[in-house]
Ligand binder design. Sequence first.
Ligand code: TYD
Length: 194
Amino acid sequence: MLINLEGIDGCGKSTQSKFLMKKFEENNEKTIILKEPTNGKYGKKLWEMLSGKREATTEQILDLFVMDRKEHVKDKINPALKKGEIVLMDRYYYSTMAYQAAAGIDVNRIRKDNEFAPKPDIVLIFDLPADLAMKRVMGHSVADVFEKEEHLEKVREAYLNLKDDPLVRIIDSTRNPEEIFEEVWKLVSEVRNE
Ligand code: TYD
């Protein structure tokens, strides 16, 4: 089973992936959490670009995310799926369909560029307003807070544009982590029993 956790920075997806991992392991199901961007050769370049250490165009960034993912699918994702493990993806190609779409690239093209990647069984999008997400990440305000918030709100809109995708479930993430997890577990159980 392949589960993809998504949302803007500060949405709480990492906490939820840990909750999921714990629950599956209690049921004696081998589970692995994989993150993108990876720390492989393309992932390392991406981190430099995302942190502003290295300049790049939107197209170059998209290419790198795709190459990073190709390597990830081959080296980690497919082998884990073959072994029958439950794979929890903390970001996957739905991140590209939100972040790079918000940066101006056509979402259908992004979907096509990622057709090599195994489809998730379910995509959980943890949704909350950007100002709340930012407060969670930083706990205080910073100088460029307004620009960041505007950007994240755009990414949030791009995520919400995916709501009609049959794999996508939008989760109200303004609630507390335990309440959110109750819904997460219900949604995951539904697709498992299909
Ligand atoms: P993130 O998981 O937020 O890193 P961390 O929480 O460990 O700091 O991911 C880093 C950034 O990468 C995040 O802002 C979203 C961005 N990103 C994309 O723009 N496109 C993608 O395809 C992926 C996987 C991530």
